[in-house]
Design a protein around this ligand. Structure first.
Ligand SMILES: [Zn+2]
Length: 249
């Protein structure tokens, strides 16, 4: 089959978006023949969004977010090429999520300083010293450090408010859970929560602390959650879009 160049989809722009702990890169194309918007994932080209005539480029970000779960699953499928692409080193200009904001990454090399990560407002400076790679490890280390700083005071604030006490707080990097509460009254929270908006983090904390009152997911449990987090339904729905983890039993 031959294809007329004039009517094959043409590239409008290349862009990227932080979804969960990934920076998803994609190409926006427009096709004069397409009748509906469609998302394609191919090993050689990665993720493309093909827009029909009249479909606004501004709507693409929302579209990708709404399909983020599907996209994440399928991007995994087409490894190894895209797998490497997803875990590629961070570069200046990439963005990473932090407490509901996007931080712009600036990667520095050979500054004479030791390896370190510093946040300044909406910028995250990753100083790699003499190392060539390892930006992702540095970033994750920074997230963990922030989690140890930010999460315990939040937990303690809600403990006081909810009149509950826990035994130990663990900050972990589980792949399947945002948080948990054990029968021994130990709370664990995922450091990847730092990539979520504050109110979503609060919801997870309230959810786990509510288990100190109700070790189940009965309507009574949700009543407790709702007392301290009115928009728990929205927060829960928000988390479900991310394949990294779900709120545990
Ligand atoms: Zn639960």
């Amino acid at each position: 089959m031959t294809q007329n160049k004039a009517i094959s989809p043409y590239v409008v722009k290349k862009a990227s978006l932080a979804i969960g702990d990934r920076q998803v890169h994609f190409t926006i194309k427009r096709s004069v023949r397409a009748r509906n918007v469609r998302i394609e994932i191919r090993p050689e080209t990665g993720l493309s969004v093909i827009l029909p005539r009249g479909y606004s480029v501004e709507k693409v970000e929302e579209l990708i977010r709404s399909k983020s779960r599907w996209i994440a699953l399928h991007l995994e499928d087409i490894s190894p090429g895209s797998g490497q692409w997803l875990t590629r080193e961070l570069q200046t200009g990439d963005t990473v999520p932090f407490l509901g904001e996007s931080l712009k990454v600036v990667v520095l090399h050979h500054t004479g300083e030791p390896v370190n990560v510093q946040q300044d407002n909406r910028c995250l400076y990753i100083n790699m010293g003499k190392s060539i790679d390892g930006t992702r490890e540095q970033l994750n280390g920074w997230y963990k450090k922030q989690a140890h700083k930010i999460l315990p005071p939040m937990v303690n604030k809600f403990c006081a408010r909810m009149n509950v006490t826990y035994n130990r707080l663990y900050i972990l990097g589980q792949n399947t859970r945002w948080g948990s509460c054990s029968h021994k009254k130990n709370i664990s929270l995922n450091w990847k929560l730092l990539k979520m908006p504050q109110r979503v983090i609060e919801y997870v904390i309230i959810h786990e602390l509510a288990h100190l009152k109700e070790m189940n997911h009965t309507p009574r449990f949700w009543e407790v959650v709702a007392m301290y987090c009115q928009d728990w339904r929205e927060c829960r729905a928000f988390l479900k879009k991310f394949p990294e983890g779900k709120v545990s039993l």
